[in-house]
Design a protein around this ligand. Sequence first.
Ligand SMILES: NC(=O)c1ccc[n+]([C@@H]2O[C@H](COP(=O)([O-])OP(=O)(O)OC[C@H]3O[C@@H](n4cnc5c(N)ncnc54)[C@H](OP(=O)(O)O)[C@@H]3O)[C@@H](O)[C@H]2O)c1
Length: 369
Amino acid sequence: MNLALLGFGTVGSAFYTLARQRSDITVSVLLSRRPRAGLGCPVTDDYGMILSDPSVDTVVELIGGTDPAFEYIIKALRAGKNVVTANKQVLAARLPELSAEAKKSGVFLRFSAAAGGGIPWIPSLLRAAVSDKVLSVSGIMNGTSAFILSEMKEKSAHYGEALAKAQTLGYAEADPSADIEGLDARRKLALSASLASGSFIREELIPCIGISSVSQEEIKYAENISAVLKPFAFASFEGGETDAFVCPALFPALSPESSLRGPENLFRLRSERLGVQSFCGAGAGGFPTAVNVLADCLSSAAPACPSFENLSSSAVLSGAKKRRWLFRSGGKRFIAEYTAKDASALYKRLKKSDKTAFAALMAKGEKYA
Ligand SMILES: NC(=O)c1ccc[n+]([C@@H]2O[C@H](COP(=O)([O-])OP(=O)(O)OC[C@H]3O[C@@H](n4cnc5c(N)ncnc54)[C@H](OP(=O)(O)O)[C@@H]3O)[C@@H](O)[C@H]2O)c1
């Protein structure tokens, strides 16, 4: 696959690193409005040159915004090139036109990273939308707002302090208004809702309340009623009606929404036959997002069903790590450190003298992800 990369920012540079490690992808040119020395691939500021180059089969648009991104994408599609983009802004505004152009030209327009960053939200949503009827989409769709509210709750920080920390840690941009006023979440919601419902839902029609006026008073109020304040986005399509909004929302303290930490995102769909499916993880960040972009590039080139015929049959489990296990046998309970292999052998031995013997991993306080 020969591709042209547009943009070399947070996601573009991460994608470039990933692509350069592969033998099945060549980044043949980077479009940049400034010189980038020592990159190891040709750099141009002339988009026309990319369009007229027949060896470029895929354009990866990672510049963001609507202008000139819309023009770049539509021209690439017209020139018969597949397009992969992570640009929620252009898609929320112009998805039908771009999609029609891709269909007309017989090429792919893929955008898995446009909502959810590294979370496989859009592929899962599309799968549910074509094979079932999606009734609602919802979630915590903006990491910056989620981080700020989390910081205000966990560290009793004031809004301004939490925002400043989000900026220092790179979760918030110098101009954070799109995040804190709910506009970024609203774009992701509009795009998700359009894909789910089959109707184009304009972002500006969705009522939107940001988190910029949340104070410690509301955080404490939530705590007093055993709730947690989270930046919420919701759209439902039942009974032929679309109901959608973005706003801070109070969730029960033990809900999945409340258990999210820092900038973590959660995307959820409910569909007629699948029921509820939730996806959570890194909703942003250079490398997580770039992985989703890379997956889109690969699925444009590879057959839909990957082959596993070359799987090695000789994988060896290292199994040396000792962990804490709880055992019960003969009416006695004890905790001991074992490898999984030894714990399982001991469990089998205990079972011989006590059919009710029990063993469990003490997973509390350890990471299993
Ligand atoms: N960052 C994330 O975590 C994340 C997650 C999901 C989706 N996305 C999406 O991914 C896209 C890229 O985001 P990002 O965070 O990587 O943005 P970014 O860091 O601001 O990088 C944007 C890049 O595009 C270049 N650029 C902008 N306008 C250009 C133009 N007219 N011609 C040529 N180059 C231009 C910039 O060049 P200069 O260096 O010259 O300014 C910069 O290299 C956006 O659509 C964003 O919504 C980002």
